[in-house]
Design a protein around this ligand. Structure first.
Ligand SMILES: [Zn+2]
Length: 117
């Protein structure tokens, strides 16, 4: 999630808040909490996002009496496969690779479906 230019600040804030995993939350719990609101945010802002997207889980760290954004985790929620995905490397490239593979797989599936009906 990097292209925030011109996006409503309320939406940016909402996206930022969604990324954080709260203490005691498992990645699965995080995923079930972000799934619905994240999809809605993508849907309501078609100018800024394509239908397919992902959100990467960010750990929160408690430093000097304040919560700060910690490191990005290896977990992402992908809207294409609608699941929690564990990426092999904590890089944007690895996340994009997953997303692209997912989109290609879905496109193939839809194609197979359309030629059989
Ligand atoms: Zn996926």
């Amino acid at each position: 999630m990097a292209k925030f230019n011109g996006l409503n600040p309320v939406v940016v804030q909402a996206l930022n808040n969604l990324q954080y995993r709260y203490s005691g939350e498992t990645p699965e719990m995080w995923c079930s909490c972000v799934r619905y609101p994240f999809k809605k945010l993508l849907e309501y802002n078609p100018k800024y996002f394509s239908k397919n997207g992902f959100i990467q889980m960010v750990e929160r760290e408690y430093i000097d009496g304040e919560f700060k954004a910690g490191r990005r985790s290896f977990n992402i929620y992908c809207t294409v496969c609608d699941s929690l995905v564990f990426i092999c490397e904590n890089t944007i490239k690895c996340v994009s690779d997953h997303l692209n593979k997912c989109i290609a797989r879905m496109a193939k599936k839809n194609f197979a479906y359309s030629i059989h009906t």
